[in-house]
Design a binder for this molecule. Structure first.
Ligand SMILES: Cc1cc2nc3c(=O)[nH]c(=O)nc-3n(C[C@H](O)[C@H](O)[C@H](O)COP(=O)(O)OP(=O)(O)OC[C@H]3O[C@@H](n4cnc5c(N)ncnc54)[C@H](O)[C@@H]3O)c2cc1C
Ligand code: SF4
Length: 579
C-alpha cells in the first residue's frame, strides 16, 4: 500500500508546501491525534461524502479523523497530465465480479485516495428529480425514499455554491431551477449533442451543470479546456472534495490519515461501536478509539467493511439485522455511443462533461418500461477511445491504429439509464483475501426486464441523436456507470440499513454516509446528491451534539440548515438564481 513518493502530507514549514493545484497550498499544519485519544468521529473514506462530513464536523468543533486507504495527493508532485499516468487515481485492488450481466470493476467505478471518486469524476452535477424520491408510489417500481425532494433542495443549492456548479440560468427538467455561475462554452462533442437534439426537437442544456470553474475563484484557477478532468485536473479548476472541502477541514482541526486501510469496526459490550482497526501506511495493525464511526467508503467497500465486521450478535455483518447490507446495489446503464463526423470534433478540447439532455428522464406511459434516462457528452482521451473502439468495432492491430489516428473526427455521447434496485444485485465477501488478509468483495449483478427494455430504447434514441447531428457512422459500447446502493436508507429497519440521517437502525453510534445509502438512483449522476446528503447528515450530527455519543434515543427532528458551516467565501456568491 505504501508508496514513498505518493500521498505524503507535507507540513507547512518543513520543506516544500503541500500543493492542491498550481496556486492552492495547504493552509495550516495538520493536527495529529494519538491513538489513545478518544476522538469524537472517525470517518472511513474521505471521498465525495467523507470530505464534506470531515469539513463540517471539524468546523463545528468536533475532534475528527478521516481515514483513507489511498494517498493524500500533492497534485503538483504526484499527478501528471498523461492519460496512462493517472491510473493510480482508481481503486484497482482485486474485486470479484459475477452474475448474468457483470459489472466491470477496476477502473471506471471508484477512486482511492483523499477526494475519492471526485478526484477523477467528470463532475456532471445534475440534481435528482422530485419523482426519484417516490418511484414506488408513482410508477410501482423501486422503493420510496424516507425523504422527499424538498428536504434535499436547500442542500443541493448549498453544494452548488460550495463546489461551485456552472450551468444555464434555466434548467427545465425535474424541479426547474437555475445556476448561480454561468455555463461553459461548447466543445465539439457538445456542439454535436446540441445539433442532434435540436434537429429532433429535444431540449438540451449547454455548458453544464458541471462543477468546473469558468472564472478564477480564490486560489483556484479557471478551466483551460484541456480535457484532463477524469485524470484529476492538475489545474484545480474541477471541483473535488480534495480541493473544495479538505483544505477547510484541515484548517478547522481535522486530521487525515492517508494510506490507512480500515479492516474492521469494533463493537463494544454495550452494543455501541468503540473504534476502528486499521493498517497504517507501514502495514502495521492499529486501533483508533472513537465515540462514533461514520462509514463513507463507497458502495462496494462500505458493505465489505460492514460484512467483514461481523461479530457475536451480528454474525451476518455489523448493522445487518435486516439482511440488506450489500443488497440493492445499483449501477446506471452507461452505454457509450460513438459517431464519426466529416469535420474535426477534437473531443479532448473541452471538459468531457459540458452538455446534456434530461428530455427522456421521466416515465412515459407510451413506452413499455418505467423510468428513463439522460444523454450526456463524454470526451474520452485517446486510450479510452481506443478501448471503446475495440469493443464497439472489434478494432485491433492495424485497424485499431487507423481508427486511433482518426480520433479527432469522433464524438462520444453517454446514455445514462436508471437501473432499478433489486435484492439479487449485491456485494458479499469472498473467501479470497487481499494483501492485508481482509476478505475481498464479491459483486453479483443482473439486469431485469425493465432494465433491458430501458437500455434497448435509450441506446437507440441516443444513436438517433448522433445520426441527427450529422454523423456518418455510429457505433456503441455497452457499459455501466456510477455504483450506488448496498446499505440503503429507509424508515423500516426490516428492509433498510440506515434511517434518513444515515444512522444505522441497529447501532446508535454507527453511521453510513455515502452513495451506499441511496434507495434508488434516477438517471442523474450521483455525486451532488451524495454530497447534499452528507451535508444534511453533518447538520443533524452537529445539532444532536454529544447525545450521539451517549444516548440511544433516536431523534428524528430535522434542524435548520447551517450556512455558516460552508467553506469560507463559498456561500452567498454567484448570480441570484431562478428558483
Ligand atoms: C470515471 C468516473 C467518472 C465519474 N463522473 C461522475 C460525474 O460526472 N458526476 C457524478 O456525480 N459522479 C461521477 N462519478 C461517480 C462519483 O465519483 C461517485 O459516485 C462518488 O465519488 C461516490 O462517492 P462516495 O462518497 O460514495 O465514495 P468515494 O468518493 O469513492 O470515496 C470513498 C473513499 O473511501 C476510501 N476507502 C474505501 N475503503 C476504505 C477502507 N476500508 N479504509 C479506508 N478508506 C477506504 C477510498 O479510498 C475512497 O477515497 C464518476 C465516477 C467515475 C469512476
Ligand atoms: S478541462 Fe477539465 S482538466 Fe482541464 S482545466 Fe478544465 S476542468 Fe481541469
Amino acid at each position: 500500500m505504501k508508496s514513498p513518493l505518493l500521498g505524503a502530507f507535507q507540513q507547512p514549514g518543513n520543506g516544500p508546501p503541500h500543493m492542491l493545484g498550481p496556486m492552492q497550498r495547504m493552509p495550516a499544519p495538520m493536527r495529529r491525534f494519538t491513538e489513545h485519544d478518544e476522538i469524537d468521529y472517525v470517518i472511513v473514506g474521505v471521498g465525495a461524502a467523507g470530505g464534506v462530513l470531515l469539513q463540517r464536523l471539524a468546523r463545528a468543533g468536533f475532534n475528527v479523523i478521516g481515514f483513507d486507504a489511498g494517498p493524500f495527493w500533492d497534485t503538483e508532485r504526484d499527478w501528471v497530465s498523461d492519460e496512462k499516468g493517472s491510473h493510480k487515481l482508481y481503486w484497482t485492488n482485486k474485486r470479484i465480479t459475477g452474475g448474468k450481466h457483470p459489472l466491470a470493476l477496476g477502473a471506471n467505478n471508484s477512486g482511492q485516495g483523499v477526494g475519492g471518486g471526485t478526484v477523477h469524476w467528470a463532475s456532471f452535477t445534475p440534481r435528482l428529480h422530485p419523482s426519484d424520491f417516490h418511484t414506488y408510489s408513482l410508477d410501482g417500481v423501486g422503493v420510496d425514499w424516507p425523504i422527499q425532494y424538498d428536504v434535499l433542495k436547500p442542500y443541493y443549492e448549498l453544494l452548488e455554491l460550495e463546489l461551485p456548479v456552472s450551468g444555464p440560468s434555466h434548467f427545465p427538467w425535474g424541479h426547474p431551477h437555475g445556476y448561480p455561475y454561468g455555463p461553459h462554452p461548447m466543445g465539439g462533442v457538445g456542439n454535436a449533442l446540441i445539433k442532434g437534439c435540436v434537429a429532433l426537437g429535444i431540449g438540451v442544456s449547454s455548458g453544464g451543470p458541471v462543477a468546473i470553474l469558468n472564472g478564477s475563484r480564490a486560489d483556484r484557477p479557471h478551466c483551460i479546456y484541456r480535457g484532463f478532468c477524469i485524470q484529476g485536473c492538475k489545474v484545480g479548476a474541477k471541483a473535488s472534495t480534495l480541493v473544495t472541502h479538505v483544505p477547510d477541514a484541515i484548517r478547522s482541526g481535522a486530521e487525515i490519515r492517508p494510506q490507512s486501510m480500515v479492516s474492521r469496526i469494533e463493537l463494544g459490550a454495550n452494543g455501541r461501536v468503540t473504534g476502528v482497526h486499521y493498517f497504517d501506511s507501514d502495514g502495521n495493525r492499529r486501533f483508533q478509539k472513537a465515540k462514533a464511526v461514520i462509514v463513507s467508503a463507497y458502495s462496494i467497500e462500505t458493505p465489505r467493511l460492514l460484512l467483514n465486521s461481523a461479530c457475536p450478535g451480528f454474525e451476518n455483518g455489523l448493522a445487518n439485522s435486516s439482511g440488506t447490507v450489500g443488497r440493492y446495489l445499483m449501477a446506471q446503464a452507461g452505454n457509450v455511443i460513438l459517431g464519426r463526423f466529416e469535420e474535426l470534433v477534437r473531443m479532448y478540447k473541452a471538459p468531457p462533461a459540458h452538455a446534456l439532455t434530461e428530455h427522456f428522464y421521466e416515465t412515459d406511459p407510451k413506452r413499455d418500461f418505467a423510468r428513463g434516462f439522460a444523454i450526456q457528452t463524454v470526451g474520452p482521451l485517446p486510450l479510452a477511445f481506443g478501448k471503446q473502439m475495440m469493443t464497439a468495432k472489434g478494432a485491433w492491430g492495424w485497424g485499431l491504429r487507423s481508427i486511433m489516428m482518426d480520433y479527432n473526427h469522433w464524438a462520444d455521447f453517454g446514455f445514462l439509464g436508471e437501473i432499478l434496485p433489486n435484492a439479487e444485485n449485491r456485494v458479499e465477501v469472498a473467501e479470497e483475501k487481499d494483501n492485508f488478509g481482509i476478505p475481498i468483495a464479491k459483486v453479483t449483478f443482473n439486469l431485469f426486464d425493465n432494465d433491458k427494455k430501458l437500455i434497448d430504447f435509450g441506446k437507440k434514441k441516443t444513436m438517433d441523436v448522433m445520426w441527427a447531428a450529422g454523423a456518418q457512422e455510429v457505433v456503441q459500447e455497452a457499459r455501466y456507470a456510477h455504483l450506488v446502493g448496498a446499505a440503503r436508507m429507509g424508515s423500516d429497519p426490516r428492509t433498510s440499513v440506515v434511517d434518513q440521517f444515515g444512522r444505522t437502525h441497529d447501532i446508535p453510534n454507527l453511521f453510513v454516509c455515502d452513495g451506499s445509502v441511496l434507495p434508488t438512483q434516477g438517471s442523474a449522476n450521483p455525486g451532488l446528491t451524495i454530497m447534499a446528503l452528507a451535508a444534511r447528515t453533518a447538520n443533524y450530527l452537529i445539532k444532536q451534539g454529544a447525545e450521539i455519543f451517549s444516548s440511544d434515543k433516536r431523534s428524528m427532528e430535522t434542524s435548520a440548515i447551517r450556512y455558516d458551516l460552508s467553506p469560507p467565501d463559498t456561500w452567498g456568491h454567484g448570480m441570484p438564481r431562478l428558483k
